[in-house]
Design a protein around this ligand. Structure first.
Ligand code: 2P0
Length: 322
């Protein structure tokens, strides 16, 4: 039985993906820009089983038959179609990122699954094809295929929507884990609701496309300050957009807001630091490596903290034919 194991890391977007143009192909309304982290890896093993009638999923030691298992099985259907195979698979995955807390476990999860499943089914995919494949599982996973900084091009179609590396200055992130509980509304549902109900959505799409251009230029030029400013503005615009849904959704809680305030105060005192947050209450502070200690000192007592630097590409660890 063919088996393969892969490791991938989560990523945090500086310019966010929020809204789809095509939910079958997972094509985003706009491109996005992120840093893949060197912490919280996901390790996934895919083992083909010719005798099995259905796919199976063991997630963090628990056999699952609910939503996550169905989502993995639908993803494997895409891999099987590419490989011309009908073999079912057993997927065992261990996430070290706190699951479903807005810390992008689906990004590392589907990036690791894409790499492991492609290898187990005998596909020889280059980085671009792996990024496109990971995108089908979860949009943000397209970026976790790439090491360090990545830009995910919105593209026109399946072929042109992929992530690739982007030159960037030396940066670090301080992850403030405000809450590890499962969020009330999934990103997927919240995105759908945003597109359907927010009157601000068209403005979000046009302004984010502009922010992406500006952020990519700033990143290539090594302009930390400009990149940081765009990051914080884009995050708060995304949260304002999400709050403008009907019924409304609010991911930031009072502790999250307090962290944004402390980061603003740090900037007043001359420290280069900017806050961002995904679809949850956790806040991530973008800063320079030399300022990590000042940021952690400012946030101590508010949340559990973890320091991240740019991380590696999603990678195959082992592969064996049985
Ligand atoms: C991002 N997020 O750019 C944005 C910011 C959360 C907030 O991508 O439906 O899990 O699987 O494509 O990638 C979370 O959404 O959504 C996300 P799907 P995904 O990181």
């Amino acid at each position: 039985m063919s088996t393969a194991t892969a490791i991938a890391h989560p990523n945090i977007a500086l310019v966010k993906y929020w809204g789809k143009r095509d939910s079958v192909l997972n094509l985003p309304a706009t491109g996005s820009l992120s840093m893949t982290l060197d912490i919280f890896p996901t390790t996934t093993t895919v083992t083909l089983d010719d005798a099995a009638e259905r796919d199976s999923l063991v997630l963090n030691g628990d056999e699952r038959t609910d939503g996550p298992a169905e989502r993995v099985s639908r993803f494997l259907d895409i891999v099987r179609a590419l490989a011309g195979s009908s073999a079912r698979a057993r997927v065992e995955t261990v996430n070290t990122v706190p699951s479903a807390a807005g810390l992008a476990s689906s990004a590392s999860g589907f990036a690791a699954l894409a790499v492991a499943a492609a290898a187990a089914y005998g596909l020889d995919l280059d980085t671009r094809a792996l990024s496109r494949l990971a995108r089908r599982g979860s949009g943000s996973a397209s970026r976790s295929i790439i090491p360090g900084f990545a830009i995910w091009h919105a593209g026109e179609d399946d072929e042109s929507s992929f992530a690739e590396p982007l030159d960037a200055p030396e940066l670090a992130m301080v992850v403030a884990m405000v809450e590890k509980r499962e969020k009330a509304v999934s990103s997927r549902e919240a995105m759908r609701r945003t597109v359907l109900t927010s009157p601000f959505y068209p403005a979000w799409v046009s302004s984010t496309a502009e922010s992406l251009e500006a952020a990519a230029d700033a990143s290539r030029a090594g302009d930390v300050e400009r990149l940081g400013r765009i990051t914080e503005v884009n995050a708060l615009r995304m949260h304002a957009l999400i709050q403008s849904c009907d019924p409304p959704i609010r991911y930031l809680n009072p502790v999250s807001v307090e962290i944004f305030d402390r980061v603003a105060a740090l900037r007043e005192s001359g420290v280069d630091a900017w806050a961002t947050a995904d679809a949850g209450p956790n806040v991530v502070v973008l800063t320079e490596p030399d300022s990590v200690d000042a940021v952690t000192a400012a946030l101590t007592g508010l949340a559990e903290l973890a320091v991240a630097r740019p991380g590696p590409a999603a990678a195959l660890v082992t592969r064996a034919d049985g």
